[in-house]
Design a binder for this molecule. Structure first.
Ligand SMILES: [Zn+2]
Length: 402
């Protein structure tokens, strides 16, 4: 048993309010944390880099040890689910802590060895997977990589986008709170609406992986826009912007200023939400080689919003952009995803293809989503199988003229 009181005497005790972020996925850091009181949520990037809560940790648990011991970037995002008190361990007090609490050292080592084993399994599976892909490519069986997706031209909104008289319902309010943040591009302060993820209750997940929450829609609040320089990005990646891009974003922001009227209503208007996503697309396209994975994340969320306001034409347009970008990132991007992430991505690719009437493509993606071993997730296998059999049935009925 870890003697928390003895550890606390070593100093480095810090209190976090509910919904505070300890660190984000990918951050650099050199501390580990032991929870003395409270609870935290562990969030990993889901199929498209979006965040899903995968675990909760409570008093006596610890996190962040990989960064402390090996200097690795953070492998998950951690935020407090309630008021939480932690002991922060760093290079300065690490030896002292371990000397006082050998049982803690043992637990950390066990945790690390499990993690290394899991990573090795995933890695060997990924290697097998990519080898298979190469062989298939030689046989010409793999779908050709699609052309790079079309970038938005000078206009902010694509043709066909309209204004929609929709406002956020009152039920969103308890899930939000205000805070100031610093823009990493122009370094000015501005207010943002933060989400109380500790309160959010997942109701279900749609076939295209859209997460539905009771009384709340995070898609409305996922993008932060700096009102000074018009830098826009997903809230959880907001601080992750390369120095090289900053001057380009500032320059581009100046040209955008005259084209838009940035407002921030309470409750939010859906027109403001649409604008935030299109501004995030503008930011993403400032990169020399835009990240198609990020563009896909933005386009699929736009498709959800258009579906919510019932704009069929824009729903199809944005679904097509999402599909093109997901394909680009899937076939041409870095493949450092887990088996399960790939399953989800195949399912999303299948759903989007189906939505656009590309049945053969959809069936291929659903088949690829089925993974029987090496980290394959059975719920996802089942979803892919169900989709496949529905599609086969529809095709047979069509052929027999029923
Ligand atoms: Zn700014």
């Amino acid at each position: 048993m870890v003697d928390i009181a003895a550890l606390a005497r070593l100093g480095g005790v810090k209190k976090y309010a509910a919904d505070e972020v300890f660190f984000n996925f990918g951050d650099r850091g050199k501390e580990m944390f032991i929870i003395l009181k409270g609870r935290v949520g562990v969030y990993i990037n889901s199929f498209d880099g979006f965040q899903t809560k995968v675990a909760e940790l409570k008093a006596g648990d610890f996190f962040g040890e990989m960064s402390l011991l090996e200097g690795l970037p953070r492998s998950a995002t951690i935020s407090s689910l309630e008021e939480t008190v932690v002991l922060i361990i760093n290079d300065a007090n690490f030896e002292q802590v371990i000397a006082q609490q050998p049982s803690l050292a043992l637990r950390i080592m066990k945790g690390m060895s499990n993690r290394v084993r899991q990573q090795n399994e995933e890695l060997s599976f990924l290697k097998r997977g990519s080898k298979q892909h190469d062989e298939e490519a030689l046989e010409g069986e793999v779908t050709a990589a699609p052309a790079a997706p079309v970038a938005l031209s000078g206009a902010i909104f694509p043709p066909g986008h309209k204004s929609y008289p929709v406002m956020a319902p009152q039920t969103h309010e308890p899930y939000l709170f205000d805070r100031d943040t610093d823009c990493p591009v122009c370094e000015k302060k501005f207010p943002v609406r933060m989400m109380r993820s500790s309160k959010m209750r997942l109701e279900r997940v749609d076939p295209d992986m859209r997460q539905r929450f009771e009384e709340f829609e995070p898609v409305w609040y996922n993008i932060w826009v700096c009102p000074h320089c018009l830098y826009a990005n997903f809230n959880f990646e907001f601080k992750q912007i390369s120095d090289a891009l900053k001057p380009k974003i500032i320059e581009h922001g100046k040209t955008l200023k005259s084209k838009i009227n940035l407002t921030d209503s309470k409750p939010r208007k859906i027109d403001e939400v649409f604008l935030s996503y299109y501004l995030a697309l503008q930011t993403a396209q400032q990169a020399a080689k835009p990240d198609s994975g990020k563009l896909a994340k933005l386009w699929i969320r736009l498709s959800w919003l258009y579906s919510d306001v019932g704009d069929e034409e824009m729903y199809e347009y944005t679904s097509r952009e999402a599909l093109a970008n997901f394909k680009d990132s899937f076939f041409n991007g870095r493949r450092d995803t887990s088996v399960e992430q790939d399953q989800r991505l195949n399912l999303v690719l299948g759903e989007l293809s189906l939505r656009l009437g590309e049945k053969e493509e959809a069936m291929k993606f659903f088949r690829d989503a089925i993974v029987r071993k090496g980290g394959g997730n059975n719920v996802l296998n089942k979803q892919a199988e169900d989709r496949l059999s529905e599609l086969r049935k529809a095709v047979t009925e069509n052929e027999s003229g029923v």
